[in-house]
Ligand binder design. Structure first.
Ligand code: HEC
Length: 110
């Protein structure tokens, strides 16, 4: 089981690092996902999350590029300020939904 899970995670990471979403970021489609699964931390900047709309807080993340931020959001991410669970804790989200939610948040924060 755990071997299966880690293989799936590696697969997701490879998919993302292969620019799978480069042409497919849809910020408008990401709003409902953001509202339901991301805003709880990112709206107010809870638990060290970069606050939506805070350009200074987002700049170092945005500098990594969309694909890297999306990959980190799918697999989970630990930075200097805090930790984000995989897919923000909503395992039901597809990679594309996470990608769109990242695009939505970034569109409000740069
Ligand atoms: C439980 C709180 C929490 C939830 C829910 C959450 N995040 Fe995060 N997120 C964080 C924290 C904390 C960080 C940054 C940690 C740091 O910089 O040290 C972060 C960082 C990020 C980053 C920057 C990643 C990078 O590579 O720099 C992106 C993009 C992101 N979140 C997207 C999302 C998306 C999309 C969702 C919803 C699907 C979401 N987050 C839900 C807490 C959360």
């Amino acid at each position: 089981m755990s071997r299966f899970v880690s293989a799936a995670l590696v697969g997701a990471a490879l998919l993302v690092s292969g620019n799978a979403f480069a042409a497919n970021y849809n910020a408008a489609a990401g709003k409902p996902t953001y509202d339901a699964s991301c805003a709880m931390c990112h709206k107010a900047g809870m638990m060290g999350a970069p606050k939506t709309g805070d350009k200074a807080a987002w700049a170092p993340h945005i500098a990594k590029g969309m694909d890297k931020m999306t990959a980190n959001s799918i697999t989970g991410y630990k930075g200097a300020k805090g930790q984000m669970p995989p897919k923000g804790g909503n395992a039901k989200l597809t990679a594309q939904q996470v990608a769109n939610a990242v695009a939505y948040m970034v569109s409000l924060s740069k």
